[in-house]
Design a protein around this ligand. Structure first.
Ligand code: UDP
Length: 245
C-alpha cells in the first residue's frame, strides 16, 4: 500500500483515502517516473470474496492503491465511522487514463473480454485516442498464460488494463506485474461497456445510487451475485455495533 495516502479498513480490505482527481494525478506521476503500480477498484463483492479466500486477500494487500468502486463501499466506510472521500470506479479511471495516454502518447496493453469485444474496442481506441500507442492486446479466454505474459513484457507498455473479472484479474496482475514496469489495473466488465455490449447506467441511476438495479435489469442472471450486497450491509452493521458495544 502506498505510504503517500492514508487507509481505511472495510471488513478486512484496506482502502486508499483518495479522490478521482488525486488518483489520476498520482498515476500520471507514477507513469512518468516509470513506476510499477497495481491498482484495485474494489466493490462489496470483492470485499466479501476476500474474507473467504486467503490467497485473494493477500493479493489485494499487495495493491498500491485500492479504491471504492461503488457507493456500497463509500456508505459502508461512513457507517463504520471511517469515511472515504468518494466513489472511484474502474470504468471512470480507465477513461481518464486513456485520455492521459492519448495526450502523452503512452503505450497501452489491453487484456481481457471476449474476442469480438476486444476487437471492437481496439477499433474504437484507434478512432477516439489516435495518439495512444496500442502496445498489444488479447482476449481474456487464453490457454497459455505464459505466452500472454511474454507478449506483454516484449511490448513494454506503460499501462496494462486487465478485464478478466475478479478474482482472475487481480491474481493475474499480482503474479505477473514484475514482467513490465507499468501501471496495472483490473477493470472488470469495462471493456464490454466501452464496446457498447453492456450499457452503463444513465446518470440519473448513478446519481440516485441505484446503478446496481439498472445492471440487474440489463443482466437478470446477475441476481445471485447481487445477494452479496445485503450480506455485505449486514456485516457492516454487525461490525459497527460490535465496535460500539
Ligand atoms: N472475462 C474474461 N476471461 C475470463 C472470464 C471473464 O475475459 O476467463 C471477461 C468477461 O468477458 C467480461 C469481464 O471479464 O468482459 C468480467 O465482467 P464482469 O462484469 O463479470 O466483471 P466485474 O466488473 O463484475 O468484476
Amino acid at each position: 500500500m502506498s505510504q503517500l495516502f492514508s487507509h481505511v479498513d472495510v471488513l478486512g480490505t484496506s482502502f486508499t483515502k483518495i479522490t478521482n482527481q488525486e488518483l489520476l494525478e498520482q498515476l500520471e506521476k507514477d507513469s512518468n517516473a516509470h513506476k510499477n503500480r497495481f491498482v484495485v477498484t474494489a466493490n462489496p463483492e470483492i470485499v466479501l470474496f476476500a474474507r473467504q479466500n486467503k490467497e485473494y486477500a493477500s493479493v489485494l494487500n499487495t495493491a498500491d492503491y485500492t479504491t471504492a468502486d461503488g457507493i456500497g463501499i463509500v456508505k459502508g466506510a461512513r457507517i463504520l465511522g471511517r469515511p472515504l472521500p468518494e466513489r472511484v470506479t474502474g470504468y471512470d479511471t480507465l477513461l481518464s487514463l486513456l485520455k492521459f495516454a492519448n495526450k502523452k502518447s503512452k503505450r497501452v496493453y489491453f487484456l481481457g473480454a471476449k474476442p469480438s469485444v476486444i476487437t471492437k474496442i481496439i477499433v474504437k481506441i484507434r478512432q477516439d485516442y489516435p495518439q495512444l500507442i496500442i502496445a498489444g492486446y488479447h482476449d481474456g479466454y487464453f490457454k497459455n498464460e505464459s505466452t500472454i505474459v511474454q507478449e506483454i513484457q516484449q511490448s513494454s507498455p506503460d499501462f496494462v488494463f486487465v478485464a478478466l473479472g475478479f478474482p482472475k484479474q487481480e491474481l493475474f496482475i499480482a503474479h505477473h506485474r514484475n514482467s513490465s514496469q507499468a501501471i496495472w489495473m483490473g477493470v472488470g466488465g469495462s471493456f464490454d461497456v466501452l464496446a457498447g455490449v453492456a450499457k452503463r447506467a444513465p446518470l440519473f441511476w448513478q446519481k440516485h445510487h441505484i446503478e446496481w438495479l439498472y445492471r440487474l435489469f440489463q443482466e437478470p442472471s446477475r441476481f445471485g451475485r447481487m445477494l452479496a450486497l445485503p450480506k455485505y450491509l449486514l456485516l457492516i452493521f454487525h461490525a459497527k455495533f460490535k465496535h460500539n458495544k
